[in-house]
Design a protein around this ligand. Structure first.
Ligand code: CP
Length: 296
């Protein structure tokens, strides 16, 4: 695998390899304090045109854990603020010969375009509302660690599906791994034809007790105007996941950052069924595995 642009491009063998590698890294890190030398001499460019806490820091740590060099670029504070284009920025930083470029961008399709402008492997760290494949992979890894396999499990993805690259990447990957997916939210936040990705649609939480896993999506206020939500209090009343809606047999996931008290209530964020911190932890080893895979 030269690039990782979307979970829809992954096949079962590639996913199994990434999961197995991530598990090896978990075991290695439990037994050793030393870095692995697997990517010694390789250079990873982190190119972030959107805010990030988890993805950016975990890609940096992942590259360092494998002894790669990291160039950390954030658009804010760079010559982008003087008007330098993405293509010029990539060509400029390509002079440092990166072996992999990890890109986050608000624009759909930019990671794919990037593959035409550079010799480096390209990893999509989120492009607009399109794909966030390493998030779906780390979610899968966290789930496998908790329940062994997702085959035959039913995952409900609840909330702002319309703006969610996390939802799109997870629907594809969960289907590939034999899970059933239902998306749920108000009609304004469910894209038309989302079923074609391989999921059912519900517009109420009436049947949410069917779910083995409830994956709550962040309300992406930065990508919407008021027209998408009648009101936040109405959304809370109808779709918020809280202790009255999370049954004891169900797991709770959220990619973060969380709008506490909006899409998910504080009373479940830190409960034993919550996998939110497990997901963050999985991000490191899964991104190590992805870097290893594309730079093999
Ligand atoms: N889940 C996720 O992508 O988080 P960040 O925006 O903090 O990277």
């Amino acid at each position: 695998m030269k690039h990782l642009l979307g979970s829809s491009e992954l096949n079962r063998a590639e996913v199994d390899r990434i999961m197995a590698k991530a598990q090896q890294y978990v075991e290695y890190q439990a037994a050793n304090n030393e870095k692995l030398r697997e990517l010694q001499g390789k250079r990873v460019l982190n190119l972030f045109y959107e805010a990030s806490t988890r993805t950016r820091s975990s890609f940096r740590l992942a590259a360092q854990a494998l002894s790669a060099e990291v160039i950390d670029f954030a658009a804010s504070g760079s010559s982008v603020e003087k008007g330098e284009s993405l293509r010029d920025t990539v060509q400029t930083l390509s002079a440092y010969d990166p072996d992999a470029i990890v890109i986050r961008t608000p624009h759909v399709g930019v990671p794919e375009s990037l593959t035409q402008w550079t010799q480096a492997s390209v990893i999509n760290a989120g492009d607009g509302k399109h794909e966030h494949p390493t998030q779906a992979l780390l979610d899968l890894f966290a789930l496998k660690q908790r329940i062994g396999s997702v085959e035959g499990k039913h995952v409900w993805i609840v909330g702002d599906v319309a703006h969610s690259r996390v939802a799109r990447s997870n629907i594809g990957l969960l289907n590939l791994m034999g899970a059933t997916v239902t998306v749920c939210g108000p009609p304004t936040l469910i894209p038309r034809d989302i079923e074609t990705l391989g999921c059912d649609v519900e517009y109420t939480l009436d049947r949410v007790e069917e779910a083995d896993v409830i994956y709550v999506l962040r309300i992406q206020r930065e990508r919407m105007d008021e027209a998408f939500l009648p009101s936040e209090s109405e959304f809370r009343r109808l779709f918020q996941i809280n202790s009255s809606r999370l049954a004891p047999h169900q797991l709770l996931m959220h990619a973060g950052p969380v709008n506490r008290g909006l899409e998910v209530d504080a009373d479940v964020i830190d409960c034993p069924q919550s996998m939110i911190i497990d997901q963050v932890r999985a991000g490191l080893v899964v991104r190590m595995a992805v870097l290893s895979e594309v730079l093999r």
